[in-house]
Ligand binder design. Structure first.
Ligand code: TRP
Length: 331
């Protein structure tokens, strides 16, 4: 039997944090044997907010190298750059005609970004969920592993798939979001009741996958902790709880085990131990990423192979769509 299809993507905007790694990339790696996986670098989504062209190009390659450095095997899954597969834009156009302005203007992310970029509320920003639906539906994906903030977008992809299927006959697999619960939510080191974000204005709030050892250790040393001095996870101690969660996620231990390990020790000991654990975990990934980035030819070949594989799958779906909607495709 054919394997089920998983689809996900990350935008090449901003640096990824350890929260992205634990919540997204690491889970993708765990799925590459069991599923037929397509993982994209969503550069077409990225241009809905202003990007410096040379930086966009550089970050696209950096993200590809990072995926591989984290353990994504390009032999097992299709790792590719969204704009290298033209069907994404083509299917978006077809889906646009069944997507309603009303539903798109009500999307939480559209409203947030319109507020944040009030000088640049462009059509792409509004159409973002339709492009994302096209991404997912082109590959007939069953599951879409995403963070909770992207759930609404996967729901619109479901709605569009169902709407299209009802109007034109069975065409698309109706996807389901896979909100990964593995591991606790990773919070800001400065405001530990808030999610760690790659766009936080306070550089000490987030640990980036590209941070060097000293930076990682310094950020943890400056992490906000709570009153008292006991190292236990509890609602009253969001700072300590977050540090314990990060420690456990990288060590593969339970919170209970970590609490026993730190019994009788102080917050300073915990911060140093977490900092060193994270720095130790990141350094081989950073080394591997650097090595990959120094061999652009290899990286280019990997991405071309990924795009070819994605292209074949996407072409199949798009041709079916064009037939259903009555587009002339030659004799
Ligand atoms: N919008 C997603 C994000 O910002 C990235 C993305 C683009 C995506 N296309 C996708 C995620 C398709 C899942 C499936 O995180």
């Amino acid at each position: 039997m054919d394997k089920k299809v998983i689809y996900s993507a990350v935008q090449p905007s901003g640096s990824l944090t350890i929260g992205n790694y634990l919540g997204a990339i690491r889970n993708w790696i765990g799925m590459q044997d069991e599923y037929d996986c397509f993982y994209a670098i969503a550069n077409m989504h990225a241009i809905t907010v202003k990007q410096e062209p040379s930086e966009l190009r550089r970050r696209t390659l950096e993200l590809a190298a990072l995926y591989i450095a984290c353990g994504l095997d390009p032999e097992k899954c299709a790792l590719y750059v969204q704009s290298q597969v033209p069907q994404h834009a083509e299917l978006t156009w077809a889906l646009n005609s069944i997507a309603y302005v009303g539903e798109l203007s009500r999307m939480t992310q559209f409203k947030d970004k319109s507020q944040k970029h009030a000088e640049n509320i462009n059509m792409g920003l509004m159409d973002y969920p339709v492009l994302m639906a096209a991404d997912i539906l082109l590959y007939q994906a069953q599951y879409v592993p995403v963070g909770a903030d992207q759930k609404q977008h996967v729901e619109i992809a479901r709605d569009l798939a169902i709407r299209f299927n009802n109007r034109y006959g069975d065409t698309f697999t109706v996807p389901e979001p896979l909100i990964l619960k593995g591991g606790a939510k990773i919070c800001s080191l400065q405001e530990p009741t808030k999610k760690m974000s790659k766009s936080d204005e306070n550089p000490n709030a987030s640990v980036f996958l590209t941070d060097d050892r000293d930076t990682v250790i310094r950020k943890f040393r400056r992490a906000v902790t709570d009153s008292g001095n006991e190292i236990v996870a509890s609602d009253e101690k969001p700072g300590v709880t977050n540090l314990l969660n990060i420690y456990c996620a990288f060590r593969g231990c339970t919170v209970g085990e970590a609490e026993r390990e730190f019994a009788g020790k102080g917050y300073g000991d915990l911060k140093l131990a977490v900092g060193e654990t994270v720095a130790d975990a990141l350094s081989p990934v950073q080394e591997a990423q650097k090595r990959l980035l120094s061999d652009k030819k290899y990286l280019g070949e990997v991405l071309q192979a990924g795009a070819d594989r994605a292209y074949r799958a996407a072409r199949r779906t798009l041709s079916k769509v064009y037939r259903k909607i009555g587009f002339y495709q030659g004799e």
